[in-house]
Design a protein around this ligand. Structure first.
Ligand code: HEC
Ligand code: HEC
Ligand code: HEC
Ligand code: HEC
Ligand code: HEC
Ligand code: HEC
Ligand code: HEC
Ligand code: HEC
Length: 344
């Protein structure tokens, strides 16, 4: 009993002691200079670039924690360290820690807010948070190792014409894009939008725009440059979906890449119920009238679409339709719709 007590006291003493060493070191000198991002920055998507410098030999390991989870750690040899870390929707706490021979050398923490147009409470940044445009300034501190001006490769517009010669002999390697060296993680998702996959970033980001690389609004101006074939089809329809008619394509599609098919910002069913929350309960169409059950809207195979799961888009068009209620298959009436899947 007594022995255990002594051990506990000893452990507590050691903890306090080591904490004091840590504390005194942190206060005495700051070795990390964070170049990007500034505190309280607002981001749109899930990746954050971080870059910092430090005096030579002042640190041998840098660790980046995002919301208390380790997201990156690299051994440093020079005077610069660059990372890309994933961030979540809402406020993220970023902590950068420098170590030298296993002991804390410095720590810097900051907040970054990731916006989401789909989630009410995360539509607007909290007070004090601002969008910072990295490329609005020249950044000579980066150009020793990176090319910041768009190169010849970046100036070639993305090719939509499927008959165009995209053979590998003529294709330049993506690493020819000057954007690649810093934004390389952007395409590391299962579903990548064609112009992003080809690193034709200037297909949407205008180097002449102010602020530089900002995109045209509404999104249709940007998207229909290349998707003129879809525009032609949709223009002829009678009924249009709410967010589509106001030209908000990127409310549903990530323009770069995502975890979901068609680069949707969330899995299809969750995407639809983000705005139509009443349909998430299952109360839809037959509303419990048949065998006291509701019609499924997900979780079963789609009989019409082999290999796919039934979803809201099995019965509704996401963009435009000739049917009221935006029915799929251009169904003329509700029975016509039911018959597509329930033949008998
Ligand atoms: C001393 C050279 C050097 C300087 C200066 C430098 N970088 Fe880097 N940076 C690199 C190298 C090398 C890589 C590639 C790292 C790798 O291959 O893992 C890189 C990669 C990156 C990445 C991508 C990291 C990743 O893993 O996805 C970002 C973002 C980045 N740099 C931003 C910057 C910014 C912003 C500046 C200026 C503030 C800057 N860098 C200055 C050398 C440098
Ligand atoms: C030296 C590294 C570096 C290079 C090279 C680079 N970027 Fe960036 N860029 C960044 C960083 C850091 C940010 C801040 C956002 C982030 O964390 O990704 C950024 C932000 C952006 C943004 C958001 C608007 C802004 O100004 O913050 C766009 C758009 C963008 N870059 C496009 C490009 C394009 C297109 C190219 C190639 C022509 C390119 N970048 C080359 C580092 C770089
Ligand atoms: C299909 C159009 C399109 C293409 C192609 C495209 N982007 Fe973007 N990008 C956008 C839109 C839209 C935004 C959001 C702009 C906003 O609202 O501020 C954006 C934002 C960004 C941001 C800011 C991210 C953030 O979280 O705030 C970066 C960085 C960026 N793009 C880099 C790139 C790079 C690098 C490429 C090439 C691989 C590229 N983009 C290709 C449309 C595009
Ligand atoms: C620079 C040309 C270009 C621009 C601008 C562009 N796209 Fe695309 N997009 C393509 C190409 C090329 C494909 C692949 C061929 C196809 O499916 O037509 C594609 C495919 C797609 C796909 C299908 C992806 C898949 O997995 O099948 C979606 C969704 C899409 N684009 C949405 C958008 C949205 C939203 C915008 C505007 C933010 C946009 N595109 C702007 C060139 C472009
Ligand atoms: C409400 C969400 C939503 C909005 C808004 C939206 N899309 Fe889509 N989009 C989808 C879904 C879901 C799919 C997947 C297949 C389907 O149901 O058409 C898709 C598929 C696509 C495709 C590939 C299939 C095809 O029809 O060629 C393209 C290209 C596309 N969208 C472009 C756009 C453009 C451009 C805009 C803006 C004018 C836009 N989308 C607005 C949800 C949306
Ligand atoms: C960004 C919000 C948003 C998202 C995401 C969204 N919708 Fe909508 N939807 C609307 C708005 C706004 C309307 C028009 C107002 C209304 O009728 O409630 C609408 C209307 C509809 C209608 C009714 C049309 C009519 O004429 O009554 C259907 C059906 C529909 N959406 C299906 C979908 C499907 C399927 C998805 C997923 C692919 C989806 N919605 C995703 C906002 C959204
Ligand atoms: C099996 C086919 C089917 C599926 C799956 C389906 N719907 Fe519907 N939806 C319909 C039919 C049929 C109507 C017309 C019902 C009516 O007029 O009473 C409708 C009407 C709607 C309407 C407009 C009228 C209203 O009730 O507000 C919206 C919005 C809507 N659906 C959204 C969705 C969303 C979101 C999902 C996915 C969670 C979904 N639907 C899944 C068949 C379907
Ligand atoms: C896109 C295909 C599709 C359309 C369109 C469709 N259904 Fe279904 N329906 C399904 C699937 C899939 C199931 C689930 C079958 C299973 O569980 O094996 C189902 C199940 C049902 C059930 C049985 C419910 C239960 O679980 O006991 C009824 C009743 C039904 N549908 C009626 C309708 C009616 C009425 C319409 C037209 C408003 C309709 N369906 C339109 C695909 C569809």
């Amino acid at each position: 009993m007594k022995k255990t007590f002594h051990i506990i006291v000893l452990i507590i003493a050691l903890c306090i002691n080591s904490k004091m060493i840590y504390a005194s070191q942190t206060v005495s000198q700051h070795i990390l200079t964070l170049h990007y991002p500034p505190d309280k920055t607002v981001m749109e998507y899930g990746l954050l670039g971080i870059s910092m410098s430090m005096p030579r030999d002042s640190a041998d390991l840098i660790i980046v924690m995002v919301n208390n989870e380790r997201k990156a750690g690299i051994a440093v040899s020079g005077m610069f360290a660059c990372f890309t870390v994933p961030i979540e929707i809402g406020v993220n706490k970023i902590e950068v820690t420098a170590e030298k021979k296993g002991r804390l050398a410095d720590t810097v923490s900051l907040m970054v807010f990731r916006r989401s147009e789909l989630i009410g409470e995360h539509k607007d940044p909290p007070p004090g948070f601002n969008r910072n445009y990295f490329h609005a300034e020249k950044h000579p501190e980066c150009s020793a190792c990176h090319r910041l001006e768009p190169g010849k490769y970046d100036k070639t517009p993305a090719e939509i014409d499927p008959s165009a010669d995209n053979s590998s002999e003529n294709a330049e390697p993506v690493s020819s894009s000057s954007c690649y060296s810093c934004h390389r993680k952007m395409t590391s998702y299962p579903f990548v939008h064609n112009p992003a996959a080809a690193w034709k970033c200037l297909g949407c980001h205008d180097p002449e725009a102010k602020p530089v690389y900002s995109v045209d609004k509404p999104d249709t101006k940007m998207c229909f440059q290349c998707h003129s074939r879809q525009k032609e089809i949709w223009d002829k329809k009678k009924y249009f979906h709410g967010p589509f008619i106001v030209g908000k394509c990127v409310i549903c599609h990530n323009p770069h890449a995502s975890e979901n098919t068609y680069e949707l910002v969330r899995p299809l069913w969750l995407l639809c119920i983000s705005c139509h929350s009443d349909k998430g309960s299952g109360r839809h169409i037959i509303g419990g009238y048949v065998n006291k059950k509701d019609h499924p809207t997900h979780g079963v195979p789609d009989p019409f679409n082999k290999g796919a799961e039934l979803s809201c888009a099995s019965c509704h068009a996401a963009h435009a339709s000739d049917s009221p209620k935006l029915w799929a298959f251009e169904a003329e009436n509700v029975f016509d719709l039911c018959r597509k899947c329930h033949a008998k």
